[in-house]
Each structure stands twice: as C-alpha cells, then as structure tokens.
Design a protein around this ligand. Structure first.
Ligand code: GLY
Length: 366
C-alpha cells in the first residue's frame, strides 16, 4: 500500500509508513539520524507486555541510548501526573533537545507521549508507532496531543506534529473484539463524513472481527488515513473543517464521561454516530432509508448495552465540550452519507429526542 505524506502549506511535514514488522521501522527511521540520539519509548503495560521486547531489539540497533517509560493501561492514566513522571525520567536520564520520544501504543499513549514531547524542553521530536486500529485510523495522525484534566477529556494539550508515523499492521491481530470495534467507530465515522464510496465498500465487505481479512484491514486504515490527511492538511488546528472529524463525538464524549470511561472511545463514537445520524434525519437532511442503513450497519458491530443514561446530565456535558461556542454546541450533522457539515442549530430538544430514541429503540434490544 502506498505510503502517505502529510504536508502543510505544500511543505512535506511527516510520512505515514505501512509495514508488517517492527524491523522495517529501522529503514524508515534512518532519516531521523538515531545514531547520535537518545530514545525514550513511552508505552502502557498492555502494549509493553506484548511488544516492547520486539521494538527495543530494533531501536537498540540504531540509537545511542534507549530507555522506556511504561504506565498503567487505560484512560485513567491520561493525566498530568503520568506526564510529570515522564518528565522526571527524561530529566534524570539527561534527555536533551536533540533526543526523541517514541509513542508506542494506542490513543492514550499517543496523545500523552505527544504532549510530553511537545512540552519537554519546549519540544523534542517524537514518532508515533500506533498499535490499535483506533490510533492507526485516527489519533496518531494530525498532531493532536494532550491529556484529560479532572473529568474533562483532552482539556490540556497542544498541536504538535510527529516526525514519522509508522504502522505495523501485523499487531492488529492481537486486538480483542472490543478494541477492534472501537477502532471501527472511527473508520465508519471517516467514511460517513467524507466518502460515500468508502462507506458503500465497507457495507459490502466482510468487516466482522472474526472474518475481516488483512487486505481489508489495510484498506480501511489507508482509506481513513487519506480522509484524515486531506482534512488536517486544509485545517491543521481545527479552525473549521477539521471539526467534521468530531462527527458522533459531541454526544459520544458526553456518554464516555457519563460512563466514567468504562466504555471504549470508539464504542461511544458509534453510539454518538447513531444519535447524530438520527438528528440529521429528524432535521430533514438525510432520509429515513439512509438513517436505517447507517444504524443497521453499526448494529453489526456489537455495541455495549448501557444500564441507564440520565439525559439531562448528558446534555449538560455537551456544553462543557471544548468545541462548544458559548452555550451553543458545535454539532456535526450529515447532509448525506459522505457529506458532513457543522451545525450550531442543534437544540437540547434535538439531543433529548436522539438520546430517547437510542435508549428505547436500540439500547433496549442490545
Ligand atoms: N480525532 C479528531 C481529530 O484529530 O481532529
């Protein structure tokens, strides 16, 4: 599959490389001149237990000094205390501006390591080596880095570009079913906002966890990356179009927070996607047939059952969303499948209807 380059103002910024092993990382990292640099690999306990030895073996061949910082797996680690511990380790091991961080893991690892790189000594290089479907299709690209603050998701952060994104697609085999479908939340989102043909292809391809082929996985990652590349190149710091990537996220994030991060991000994006599609239909943008098609497709992805949701609390959480403008929620709706737009006309009643619809017609049957 053809590698991609993300450019800003027509100047190449960093490459996205597709491989099938960690060894290949060496040949692509030669341009990073690792020989005279220290490298800190930041990861979580789960990824480290599976793959740290494999990546260490590769990076040790190239870098002058390699160290690791491993923190407990999960969204609860995405906070400033863990970043502080990473700073301490970097300082104690005398990392300087010429040195480099490797973010080795899923979305939490990528966001937190990227933020550490963005802020340590006012910024040192980092590369993204995403290991989950979700981080491959979305979070490792586009330079959003950051951590949660108290219960506010991604509230502290920086736009800071990696020097390279390297994807070893073979690690996707170790994903469990929930993580796979969580990643699919961002794949389906990408198709719905920008690419009807991609959506139709997904509809007609075997994408179940049990039967998805390597070829389909690569196709889904690559197609999602092309969509994201086009969006972030046009609008790197979310002044406009980049907000489209938040389709399904306004209510999705609110549910994620309400559920105390017990559900995976992509699972909440799927729930938010059904609700946002429902609002798009109720407001007369997409027809009932398109809404049913989206809903039926998503329902094949084994959504979790939610015991109860307090509608008013969910709505209040959408106002805290950092994407809100004043009291108005910046909501992403669909004009049609493959064509999303930013709306500031979604009312609390629209959200109430969508939440009630979801809880009574979908959640009850899960
Ligand atoms: N995950 C949404 C974005 O990168 O803008």
């Amino acid at each position: 599959m053809e590698n991609l380059t993300i450019s800003y103002n027509d100047t190449p910024s960093y490459d996205i490389i597709y491989g099938n092993s960690f060894e290949e990382l060496l040949q692509f990292s030669s341009s990073l001149n690792l020989a005279g640099r220290k490298v800190m690999i930041i990861s979580d306990t789960k990824v480290a237990s599976l793959y740290m030895d494999a990546i260490l073996c590769v990076i040790k061949k190239a870098a002058s000094y390699v160290s690791t910082y491993i923190f407990p797996e999960g969204e609860q680690s995405k906070n400033l205390d863990i970043v502080r511990n990473a700073y301490t380790k970097l300082i104690e091991e005398h990392f300087n501006r010429n040195d480099l961080i490797i973010a080795f893991g899923g979305g939490v690892v990528g966001d937190l390591s990227g933020f550490t790189a963005a802020t340590y000594l006012r910024g040192i290089d980092f590369i993204q080596v995403p290991t989950t479907l979700l981080s491959m299709v979305d979070s490792s690209i586009g330079g959003k880095t950051g951590v949660d603050f108290d219960s506010y998701k991604n509230m502290v952060g920086a736009f800071y570009m990696p020097r390279l994104v390297y994807m070893n697609l073979s690690v996707l085999h170790s994903l469990d079913k929930n993580q796979y479908y969580s990643g699919m939340g961002e794949v389906v989102k990408s198709a719905l906002i920008k690419d009807r043909e991609f959506y139709n292809k997904l509809r007609n391809t075997e994408v179940s966890f049990e039967k998805v082929s390597d070829e389909t996985l690569l196709y889904m990652v690559h197609s999602s990356n092309i969509i994201k590349k086009n969006v972030v190149e046009n609008d790197p710091t979310e002044k406009g179009e980049r907000a489209l990537l938040n389709f399904g996220h306004t209510l999705g994030h609110a549910i994620e927070k309400y559920m105390n991060f017990k559900l995976l991000h992509g699972e909440c994006v799927f729930i938010g996607t059904i609700m946002a599609s429902y609002i798009s239909m109720r407001k007369g943008y997409i027809d009932a047939e398109s809404f049913d098609d989206i809903k039926d497709f998503i329902l094949k992805m084994e959504l979790p059952h939610i015991e109860a949701l307090d509608t008013e609390t969910i709505i209040s959480y959408t106002k805290n969303d950092k994407k809100a403008i004043g009291n108005k929620v910046k909501f992403i709706l669909l004009k049609s499948i493959g064509d999303a737009f930013i709306s500031t006309d979604v009312t609390d009643d629209d959200m109430r209807d969508a939440i009630n619809y979801y809880m009574n017609n979908i959640n009850d049957s899960l």
